[in-house]
Design a protein. Structure first.
Lengths: 108, 113
């Protein structure tokens, strides 16, 4: 079966740091993706991890532990425009399987 | 290239009617995917094509759903005899394959009344 879990909602303050966790149990694994999705819009690519460790991209970083089936997305120096849903997705053989997404609200 | 294009953006239809959506992928992408997304959920995989071949269909895809990609370029997704439960955002994505991930279109929002 395929199971990808994320918290449903999170809140944070502008300028703060937030960590969004994702755990997965899937029949196949070829990499883990994070996407950002603003309300009513298409998901946009944020990051990709295939090996264990941390990938940093500006204010966003993503971490992967394949042995633990665990990833997180770290957002630093939060801005109001970061209010969105964040989708964790596993590349399973030939397609992406998505989690339910975490809705992040950033307050001033 | 203007990215992945989906038409229409919005569709309201009466229960029992047939609807068809179109997706134009990024031209050099050989893979095309269809997903369905309901409010507060992540995208659910429906089906995908490599060139013109439909390689996988989800068990979520009932017999009322059919997808085509006749020349390996644009794709259509048809829903016959729509039901209220079909109301959702239908997302199309294209890809060159891992590790490039997907480029998504803006989606078609279907409302069945």
């Amino acid at each position: 079966g395929q199971n990808i879990d994320q918290p449903t909602e999170m809140t944070a303050t502008e300028g703060a740091i937030v960590q969004i966790n994702c755990t997965y149990q899937t029949s196949g694994f070829n990499g883990l993706f994070w996407y950002q999705q603003h309300a009513g819009e298409a998901p946009t690519f944020l990051s990709y991890n295939v090996l264990d460790g941390l990938e940093e991209k500006g204010r966003f970083s993503s971490f992967l532990s394949r042995s633990k089936g665990y990833s997180y997305l770290l957002l630093k120096e939060l801005q109001m425009k970061d209010s969105a849903s964040y989708l964790c997705a596993v590349w399973n053989t030939d397609k992406l399987i998505f989690g339910t997404g975490t809705r992040l609200q950033v307050f001033p | 290239d203007t990215g992945v294009s989906q038409n229409p953006r919005h569709k309201i239809t009466k229960r029992g009617q047939n609807v068809t959506f179109r997706c134009d992928p990024i031209s050099e992408h050989n893979r095309l995917y269809w997903y369905r997304q309901t409010l507060g959920q992540g995208p659910e995989f429906l089906t995908y094509f490599q060139n013109e071949a439909q390689l996988e269909k989800s068990r979520l895809l009932s017999d009322r759903f059919s997808a085509e990609r006749p020349k390996g370029s644009f794709s259509t997704l048809e829903i016959q005899r729509t039901e209220q439960g079909d109301s959702a955002m239908y997302l199309c994505a294209s890809s060159l394959g891992q590790p490039n991930g997907y480029t998504f279109g803006s989606g078609t929002r279907l409302t069945v009344v």
